[in-house]
Design a protein around this ligand. Structure first.
Ligand code: BTN
Length: 263
């Protein structure tokens, strides 16, 4: 039996959200929900792909996203933006991370943080990650926004990861129905995409900062062979991390950096 059901998802959405969804395709197994939509960028905005398992789930920085069929959420949504609009595109992943935080806040009481740019942490352990991949044409920037949420990730899948992991079921007193979770995620993400298209990052920035991990703390930003050390003083309106070193603040734009606490 499939965990996800299109009618049950749509049935839980208010009309202002369901009318923004072009299609929901559900798979038991797929290589990657992001890849599925990237191969179909002519699909309309609001095309959604959900899977119970990914055989080649992708994470940021070329990493693998562990995607066993144990009840986790692997979801991607395709959205077309007018590419003539001067929007701060790197912020897309930040606002989608914030949308996931808003959903988790409705469900659990434990502290939730965002590690720049978009790792979602509960009690310091990663519960969710976002991968935005995009395609540029004359008219559109087409973004495929992939979200992975660990709901039930048994210990054996966590062992080889270089960071600590948690899952939603470890923090819930009563498990959440999968379609209800998808509906909550779609509701938050679609509202955020619409507001971002209209007003950019500004309406999200303060709320994002309220969840920022390591804010005003000493951090290391590691990029291959380079390590920059300083204080993370915030993020700017383009979503760049602001790093203070000897009184000078430098915006760090590249998502290729890994943010770590200074030891
Ligand atoms: C990260 O490295 O933190 C980003 C993880 C993104 C994983 C999701 S799961 C759904 C979508 N399909 C993929 O192949 N990756 C994203």
């Amino acid at each position: 039996m499939c965990l996800f059901n299109k009618e049950k998802i749509i049935g839980q959405l208010p009309p202002k959200v369901s009318t923004q969804i072009a299609e929901i395709e559900i798979f038991q197994t797929i290589e990657s929900t992001n890849q599925y939509l990237l191969d179909r960028t002519k699909l309309p905005s609001g095309s959604v792909c959900i899977a119970e398992q990914q055989t080649q789930g992708r994470g940021r920085q070329g990493r693998t996203w562990i995607s066993p069929p144990t009840g986790n959420l692997y979801l991607s949504i395709l959205w077309h933006f007018n590419n003539k609009q001067n929007l701060p595109w790197p912020c897309l992943s930040l606002i989608c991370g914030l949308s996931i935080v808003r959903v988790l806040k409705q469900l659990i009481f434990q502290p939730i943080h965002i590690k720049w740019p978009n790792d979602i942490l509960v009690e310091g352990k990663k519960i969710s990650g976002i991968l935005v991949e995009s395609n540029l044409s004359d008219q559109y920037l087409t973004a495929v926004i992939g979200m992975g949420v660990n709901i039930n990730l048994p210990i054996e899948y966590r062992r080889d990861l270089p960071y600590e992991i948690t899952d939603l079921n470890s923090h819930l007193s009563k498990t959440i129905e999968s379609n209800e979770l998808v509906a909550k995620v779609l509701q938050e993400v679609i509202a955020s995409l619409q507001l971002f298209a209209a007003q950019g990052f500004q309406p999200f920035r303060d709320e994002w900062l309220s969840y920022a991990n390591y804010l005003n703390k000493p951090v290391s930003l590691v990029n291959g062979t380079h390590t920059y050390q300083g204080i993370m003083t915030g993020i700017n309106e383009d979503g760049a991390l602001l790093l203070e070193q000897n009184g000078i603040i430098t915006p760090i734009y590249s998502g290729e950096f890994s943010l770590r606490p200074q030891r």
